[in-house]
Design a binder for this molecule. Sequence first.
Ligand code: SAH
Length: 466
Amino acid sequence: MGALNTFPLSYKVEGKRIVIIGGGDEALNKARLVTKTTAEVVIISRQIEADFTGFDVQALERAFEPSDLDGAALVFVAEESADADLAKHEARSRNIPLNVVDVPPECDFYTPSIVERAPLTIAISSEGKAPVLARLVRARIEAMLPPGFGKIASLAGGLRERVENLIHDGAGRRRFYEALVTSPRIETAASQSAAAGLHEAEALLEQHVAQGAGQGVVWLIGAGPGSEDLLTLRAQRLLQEADVIVHDQLVPAVVVDMGRRDAERIDVGKAKGHHSFSQAQINTLIVRLASEGKRVARLKSGDPMVFGRAGEELDALRKAGIDYRIVPGVSAALAAAADTATPVTLRNVSSGFVMATAHGANDQDLDHWAALAKAGLTLALYMGKSVAAEVAKRLVDHGADPLTPIGIVVNAGRANVSTHVGTLRSLSERAVQFADGPAIIFVGPAIASGDWADGARLAAQGFKVA
Ligand code: SAH
């Protein structure tokens, strides 16, 4: 906490002037930045070398005079000269914020990288320490926001008073604005003309007012194996729109943190530090929340349809007549295959891939799996860490080849992944010490084609190999 040495804010420059001392490329760079504003921009230098044509600036090739700073909101110094020193002194004595290009200790403020969709402004600052990184982040954000986004932001601003009069609850207003900025119809209309955009936005507002708080919805969202960047873009967007995030314990905090900051969070794996919620309690909970009109993100590890008790939750939602939508996620076995560069299907070796639970496997299951492994298919066993040795032994008892390769991936898809490789026989004979965390057990000949033993390469990627 309290780690920022600068504070980002939006500073009013309308009707004021911004003075740049210097006539070279550095001055030009600053001019490019500040001419995005409506301020009057004045360039002053005895030598104007850069080409300022095309910029809405006043370029004055002359000595600096203290009165140049009358009415100035900001001063940039982009040359080294006696004039520059005088300008610095003058700015300081008048308490006008000063930026001396490339001399951080002399700066009162830094200029962030800016993504501009007026009136929406996104500023990325590294406190002057890592401008290249800030520019990279900026490029990504630029790519995320359509060029017409600012027009929609203006629309939202123009409707604000009416929205406040018509929609009285905060959640309802937020829902309206979210619909406004995500509606392709409004984006198209707003890019045609402000009037067309306004017309569509008003129609949307009427619709929201007519529907009241509206029906809630439950999104069953796959969180992936536990790294924030293995979340899908859709999952991320819906987590941003949710009123409540109901998550399992297996979903790490970094992923839950991707959700809207003020969304309520309920960890159903840990009810107030005591016992976890039963499945029936979870079903009741999500039905109740959605019935209250809330948008519920039911966040599950991996993919929600794979060992996620989705069947029961969907049943409860259907019975209660609640809308739902499912967002797939990267299931643990697929993350484990990626971490170890193991193709789980492989021409002439493995014609298929089976996801199964090792927990509570009966003799019939083992018969099936042994036959599948013999036929070359890859088994990915979930929930099997504590019974790994026992399952390996039983597979051999049921006819699997004891030399069938096995591979175990603990914390797949996470920075602290660790792996273990062997055969059904070695796994059944030796007790293996696994790292803490959830694990996938692979069985089948395709495992031998992965990078399991290639510890150096995995380590270079930040992976630990057991
Ligand atoms: N829906 C999840 C599975 C939930 S069942 C999915 O699609 O991945 C819980 C089991 O998933 C764990 O016992 C473990 O076998 C596996 N698992 C979940 N996350 C994992 C991870 N990051 N690494 C390895 N296995 C994981």
